[in-house]
Ligand binder design. Structure first.
Ligand SMILES: Nc1ncnc2c1ncn2[C@@H]1O[C@H](COP(=O)(O)OP(=O)(O)OP(=O)(O)O)[C@@H](O)[C@H]1O
Ligand SMILES: O=C(O)c1ccc[n+]([C@@H]2O[C@H](COP(=O)([O-])O)[C@@H](O)[C@H]2O)c1
Length: 200
């Protein structure tokens, strides 16, 4: 029997966009993952001073995002956990509960570039496995050539798929300006944003 591989895709998801879905699907295909667990951060540690939508709202949007893909699951674990959503906590407390031979974290190249600012980064990179998707403006080779990354190369799996320029901040800004956000996210999420009067 082949080993079951799954990944956790953590993020703020304010809002979830097509980039998140495209990269998750591409990674699922290319790494032979059985499932991807989308994990909205309850309290994102690096967005302490930023105005973000409530965890409940971000969770509901993500529910709409994953509902048509049976391989995309959703977890409220980081939302229910107390305090900041440190990935080190998710690795030590949530990952051991998962029934799979291999568990990866999915991040974008921008997150990889900042990972040494994360809580317990050395623990994360030595005990966790990261699948990293390219992001415009970030170069895998340049990031990984830095000395601090050298010891952890065996736990960092890069995947170069499509270059996707979409970001949640772009969507929020466009929407705020009164511009259409059609085709940047799913239509049901666009409807949700309008109905709940987000980002105005
Ligand atoms: N277009 C993209 N290409 C590659 N990685 C992405 C892309 N969008 C998001 N990610 C990755 O997905 C994870 C969650 O991202 P997040 O929910 O913060 O979206 P974002 O578009 O980066 O948001 P914001 O613009 O508000 O910073 C992060 O690890 C981020 O690097
Ligand atoms: O653990 C940390 O210190 C830490 C710092 C910044 C980001 N993260 C996690 O990285 C993921 C992407 O974060 P973000 O802010 O780009 O949406 C999300 O799961 C965050 O909880 C984690």
């Amino acid at each position: 029997m082949s080993e079951k591989k799954i990944a956790i895709f953590g993020g703020t998801f304010d809002p979830p966009h097509l980039g998140h879905l495209i990269l998750a699907e591409q990674i699922k295909n290319n790494f032979g993952l059985a499932e991807i667990i989308f994990m909205p951060a309850g309290s994102p540690p690096h967005k302490k001073d930023k105005k973000i939508s409530s965890a409940q709202v971000r969770y509901e949007m993500l529910k709409l995002a994953v509902k048509d893909n049976p391989s995309f699951l959703l977890s409220d674990w980081e939302i229910k956990a107390k305090g900041y959503s440190y990935t080190a906590k998710t690795l030590s407390q949530f990952v051991p509960q998962i029934k799979a031979e291999k568990v990866f974290f999915i991040i974008g190249a921008d997150s990889l570039a900042n990972i040494f600012e994360w809580e317990k980064a050395d623990f994360l990179l030595s005990e966790g496995k990261f699948i990293v998707f390219n992001r415009p403006g970030y170069n895998f080779k340049e990031i990984l050539a830095k000395k601090r990354y050298q010891a952890y190369q065996q736990n960092i799996f890069t995947y170069h798929g499509l270059n996707i320029e979409i970001s949640s901040s772009y969507i929020r800004n466009e929407f705020k300006k009164g511009n259409s956000i059609r085709y940047l996210t799913l239509s049901q999420i666009e409807k949700y944003i309008k109905k709940n009067n987000l980002y105005r």
